[in-house]
Ligand binder design. Structure first.
Ligand code: HEC
Length: 263
C-alpha cells in the first residue's frame, strides 16, 4: 500500500462526514471545499472565501477576447489571484489531482483547479459570499469537479411575511372621524394629513401603533394639546380610524373600547 497524502485521506473522510462538521484547516491548504446556499458546493480559498475563474484566462480565443473587452483593468483589479501555498498546493476535501499552480508573470505561484487560475473577489466579505458570480459576464465560481458554474445564484428564500391583518374599519366611525378631524386636527396637521404645524399623518408610521396614537390624542405632547377634555371616546376612535385609513394610509380601525381602556 502506498502512502496516502493527508489531503487524500481527508477526501476519503469527506464521504463519511459532512464538511460542515469538520474543523476548517488552518495551514498547508491552498483551496478548500466551500458550500454556499446560493451556488451549492464550490472551490474556496483556505479562509473559506469563494474563488472564481475568469474568462480573461480562457483558452478559447473568442471567449477570452470578449472577456477582456468586458472587463477592463479596473474590473480585473477587483479580482486577486489566490496564492498557492507551496509548489504542490493542497486542497481540503477536493480531488487532489485537480489542485495545481501556475507561475504568474511576477514569479508568484497562483493556485489553479483543473487548470483554471483562481481569484478571490473584492466584494466578498464572508465565507460563502458569491457576489462576484457572473461579474461582467467574466467571473464564475468553480465546481468541485473543476468546471465553471455559470448558473445564476439561487435567491435566498425570502421569508414570506405573515399577511398582516389590519383591524376592520367601521364605516360610521370613519365618516364621523372625517368630520371631527377637519374640525379638530386639520389646522395643525393639514386638511389631507400632509402636515403643517404638526407632523404629517399621511404615511406616518407612529399612528400604526394603536395605543401610542390613542395616547397622543388623549394626552398630547410638546406643542400638541391634550384632547381628552373635549373629545368623547367615540370621537377619538373616529378620528384615529379616519386618519389611519385616509390619504392612502391602510392601518385598520380603532374601536371605542380601545380608547376607553386608555382614557
Ligand atoms: C395646535 C396644533 C395641533 C393640533 C390641533 C393637533 N396636533 Fe397633533 N401634533 C401637533 C404637534 C406640534 C405635534 C408634535 C408634538 C411633539 O413634538 O411632541 C403633534 C404630534 C402629533 C402626532 C405624533 C406624530 C409623530 O410622528 O410622532 C400625532 C399622531 C398627532 N399629532 C395627531 C393629532 C390628531 C389626531 C389631532 C386631532 C385630534 C391632533 N394631532 C391635533 C400639533 C397639533
Amino acid at each position: 500500500m502506498h502512502v496516502k497524502t493527508l489531503a487524500a485521506a481527508l477526501s476519503a473522510a469527506a464521504i463519511m462526514a459532512p464538511a460542515s462538521l469538520l474543523a476548517q484547516p488552518t495551514n498547508n491548504f491552498t483551496l478548500v471545499q466551500g458550500k454556499t446556499a446560493s451556488m451549492g458546493k464550490l472551490v474556496a480559498a483556505a479562509n473559506g472565501q469563494t474563488v472564481y475563474a475568469l474568462l480573461t484566462d480562457s483558452q478559447k480565443a473568442d471567449e477570452k477576447a470578449a472577456a477582456l473587452a468586458a472587463c477592463d483593468k479596473a474590473c480585473q483589479s477587483q479580482f486577486t489571484p489566490v496564492k498557492a501555498v507551496g509548489a504542490k498546493p493542497q486542497g481540503w476535501l477536493l480531488a487532489q489531482g485537480l489542485v495545481g499552480a501556475v507561475k504568474r508573470a511576477d514569479g508568484t505561484l497562483q493556485a489553479t483547479f483543473n487548470g483554471l487560475p483562481l481569484y478571490t473577489f473584492a466584494d466578498d466579505q464572508a465565507a460563502g459570499d458569491v457576489n462576484g458570480q457572473g461579474f461582467n459576464k467574466v467571473a464564475y465560481v468553480v465546481s468541485t469537479v473543476g468546471k465553471l458554474n455559470t448558473a445564476a445564484p439561487k435567491q435566498a428564500q425570502a421569508a414570506v411575511p405573515a399577511a398582516k391583518t389590519v383591524a376592520p374599519v367601521d364605516a360610521a366611525l370613519f365618516e364621523l372621524g372625517k368630520e371631527k378631524y377637519a374640525a379638530t386636527c386639520s389646522g395643525c396637521h393639514g386638511p389631507n394629513g400632509e402636515g403643517a404645524f404638526g407632523a404629517a399623518l399621511k404615511g406616518n408610521k407612529m399612528i400604526a401603533n394603536d395605543d401610542a396614537f390613542i395616547k397622543q390624542i388623549l394626552v398630547g405632547s410638546g406643542d400638541m394639546p391634550s384632547f381628552a377634555p373635549m373629545l368623547a371616546d367615540a370621537d377619538v376612535a373616529a378620528i384615529a380610524t379616519f386618519a389611519r385609513n385616509a390619504w392612502g394610509n391602510k392601518l385598520g380601525g380603532i374601536t371605542v373600547d380601545q380608547v376607553k381602556k386608555l382614557r
